[in-house]
Design a protein around this ligand. Structure first.
Ligand code: NAD
Length: 479
């Protein structure tokens, strides 16, 4: 494998038409979040690199779309194997960019392999129907790819989120132009490079590096890009939504969350407390599906919060808790500590930066729990994207449903109760894309994933995702 994307190297280049392409202009300096020191130099692309990538993709599109399904599936499975064979190296790269603990990085890489494996195994899915409209007329439908799909991804689970969109897009017969977050570009480049190594034709996967304003907007605006899968913030999702509306192209928008974790008095409180802490500290809280609003039935509120605080205090910054990604994110989370204080929330643990030995300049904060929060406080309504949990007491199921739905977001809802009827009723009535009962985050590649309200629309993962990367044509034949 070409070593230009390994962690020792200083400059990261674009990957276009099956080859590494140096920046035509500047490189951006990226800071290492564990040390606060300069990390990597990343090519700063623009509209002309996007156009080169689109032209390469256009040249590859017909051959890829017409490749027999079995061959396409074999390449997908070869890619899954390649990712697994290089899992240590890829996890090191992810860790170098994000600072996340190794276990999290490894899980993310395994998830990336699983996307290629899962979608590679779906190449034989029937793609159409035969409709019985009249004795002398046959109508059949078929699913067709959009052509060139833009894939724009954030920094929190970089390779995983790229693979999550790229794998179904390819299996549906599309070719892709990707733009990873400028902060975490390494593994998306490695993914494209590995695809070339296992035999994907040049131009099927292209990656253009750079900022959202230059490369991201150029992708969404490019006349030959017919669909965009975006994962990121609500603000940027809305901005690209305007461009997509002008161009009349479909989007998948996977945006933020402020997900409720609802604990009823009959739950197994020890398990629920341990999982609640995982739910807001995983990836230092920088996960769209983090369970950051803890709704606790009033009758068990004090007992349960003692357990949550004890579990939280076992989470150690620099060991089981990684840093925040950038100086800006570090500052933003500290600002929320101030907002919580002003709003009158009670800090039960944490609420400050964390000093990690040997990483004094790293962007670490303490895992933090606020109690006695009311759902109208800013810390209960806004996505903080750090390891910050807000606890809100509730009276009964209707109250829990009301509080859960009193949010601009609607990504995840988690319930802890032994009462199956209550669980199913609450699951029906909360406005979220995914519900977990007595478990937090069982999402597999098979489970469709996506949001309600400001958390976005469209679905990634599962068989559903393939349908978001293809559209239906009907063919009517008079016989
Ligand atoms: P972001 O919106 O700032 O950036 C996401 C991507 O969009 C990056 O590649 C960025 O460079 C690009 N971008 C920025 N401005 C752009 C523009 N004007 N046009 C086109 N592209 C542009 O998000 P982030 O800070 O990288 O990630 C954190 C956010 O992502 C959080 O809100 C989180 O909840 C969300 N997220 C959602 C999911 C999900 O599946 N629902 C998963 C992970 C993260």
């Amino acid at each position: 494998m070409n070593t230009q994307s390994t962690i020792e190297l200083e400059q990261l280049n674009h990957w276009i038409d099956g080859a590494s392409v140096p920046a035509s202009g500047d490189y951006m300096e990226i800071t290492n979040p564990m040390t606060g020191a300069p990390g990597l130099l990343v090519a700063k692309g623009g509209a002309s690199e996007v156009d080169s990538a689109v032209q390469a993709a256009a040249r590859a599109a017909k051959g890829w779309r017409n490749m027999v399904a079995a061959e396409r599936g074999r390449l997908m499975l070869a890619m899954a194997r390649k990712i697994r064979d290089n899992a240590d190296m890829l996890a090191e790269m992810e860790r170098a960019d994000t600072g996340k603990p190794m276990a999290g990085a490894r899980a993310e890489i395994e998830g990336s392999a699983a996307y290629f494996e899962f979608y590679g195994s779906l190449v034989y899915l029937p793609t159409g129907e035969l409709l019985d409209v009249a004795p002398d007329q046959h109508v059949f439908t078929k699913r067709e790819p959009y052509g060139i799909v833009g894939v724009i991804t954030p920094w929190n689970l970089p390779m995983n989120q790229a693979a999550r969109a790229v794998a179904p897009a390819l299996v549906a017969g599309n070719v892709v132009v990707c733009k990873p977050s400028e902060i975490t570009s390494r593994t998306t480049i490695a993914m494209a490079e590995m695809a070339t190594e296992v035999g994907f034709p040049d131009g099927v996967i292209n990656v253009v590096l750079g900022t959202g304003e230059t490369v991201g907007e150029a992708i969404v605006s490019h006349a030959q890009i017919r669909k965009v899968a975006f994962t990121g913030s609500v603000g940027v999702g809305r901005a690209i939504g305007h461009i997509a509306a002008e161009r009349i192209i479909p989007l998948t928008l996977e945006l933020g969350g402020k997900s409720a974790n609802i604990v009823f008095e009959d739950a197994d409180l020890d398990v629920a407390a341990a999982e609640a802490v995982k739910g807001f500290t995983l990836n230092a809280g920088q996960v769209c599906s983090a369970g950051t609003r803890l709704l606790v039935q009033r009758s068990i509120y004090d007992t349960f919060m003692e357990k949550v605080v004890a579990e939280t205090q076992k989470v150690t910054p620099g060991e089981s808790l990684g840093p925040l990604i950038t100086p800006a994110q570090f500052k933003r989370v500290q600002e929320y500590f101030g907002v919580a204080q002003q709003d009158g929330a009670k800090c039960l643990t944490g609420g400050d930066v964390a000093k990690v030995p040997d990483h004094e300049d790293g962007f670490y904060v303490q895992p933090t729990v606020y109690g006695d929060v009311s759902n109208d406080m800013r810390i209960a309504q806004e996505e903080i994207f750090g390891p910050v949990l807000v606890a809100i007491p509730f009276d009964d199921a209707d109250d829990a449903i009301r509080i859960t739905n009193d949010s601009d977001y609607g990504l995840i809802g988690t319930l802890w109760t032994r009462d199956v009827s209550r669980a199913l009723r609450v699951a029906d009535e909360i406005n979220v894309g995914q519900v977990f009962v007595n478990v937090w985050n069982t999402m597999s590649v098979q489970t469709p994933f996506g949001g309600h309200k400001n958390s976005g629309y469209g679905r990634e993962k599962g068989i559903d995702a393939i349908h978001h990367y293809s559209h239906v044509k009907s063919v009517s034949v008079k016989i």
